[in-house]
Design a protein around this ligand. Sequence first.
Ligand code: A2P
Length: 344
Amino acid sequence: MPHRPVRLPSPARLAIVGATGAVGMELLSCLEQRNFPVQQLRLFASERSAGRRLKFRSDTLPLEVLRQGSLSDVDLVLCSAGSKLAARYAPQAAEGGAIVIDNSSAFRTQPQVPLVVPEVNPETLAAHAGIIANPNCVAIIASLALRPLQRAAGLRRLSMATYQAASGGGAAAMQELLSATRAALSGESFAPRVLPHPYAFNLFSHNSAVDMASGLNEEEIKVTRELRRLLSSPALPIGVTCIRVPVLRAHAMALTVELDRALSVAEVRRLMAEAAGLRLVDDRERNLFPMPLAATGIDEVLVGRVRTDGSDPSGHTIALFVAGDQLRKGAALNAVQIAEQLML
Ligand code: A2P
């Protein structure tokens, strides 16, 4: 059995798998903006990208086609190319001595693979065996707002509805939103290619497979499972409805949270304002609350519309509205923050 490093050297030799994708491009920008200590960076994509180059700092780096053995001689693999490729390449890379942070759902349910949001459950990172899972984007964003409430007052029940951006479906889904909108504005017909339904001026139930017995789609199942894991609350009752909306790259969500102990609106606002990774946007006078456009391109997740929920006369239930950049904190930034934790 080769020695498996638990921590990363600094600077590290990095590989990005899926570098041309929506999350891959954001990984490059996060590494650059955060001045991540890089000794060497290799970029991998499919044969379709052979010959292309991508800019990183003052270099333009070639894209390499991912093959068996490509991921030897690297310290860190940031993988964002879907579950199938992750299942095939991540174990080999970890066996070869790299630490893999994978953005797909391939490993998220494996007990020996930590599922990590650094502000929420950093203690779980120490136990990794070469592969670390970056959680589902909705689970990451919601967990940032839920964790401070859990610490202060205990969680009894969560009901939530999401308003999910095109970016969750990758670069092709973002392109489809733009093309479908242009076509609609020009009065032309547009046949959906990537998503199952017309996307311009429309919204629809999340485009993942629906489980016939429960009626839940895969996204709702992931969000439920992963939030329970991130919050170390395996039995937390959660009801969730996931909706795809015509927004480019930031997810929004309405959270209705029943607490063990009642908190006032002022206490919740203070908790949200003080929590790492969150920015309170809760201006009733100006009717200004979290919006996907305001969350786009920034690191913080926006939280606001703090209210005591009228459906629970006991006053134990709080309603919140949250918006976070799906490509950033919902994916690339969280992965880079995990890597930073491994270097501390
Ligand atoms: P490519 O651009 O060459 O197709 P997104 O989630 O935005 O759709 O991005 C998916 C990423 O996964 C892209 O970078 C894509 O590269 C990459 N990818 C898809 N198939 C493969 C493959 N067989 N080998 C390596 N990378 C792949």
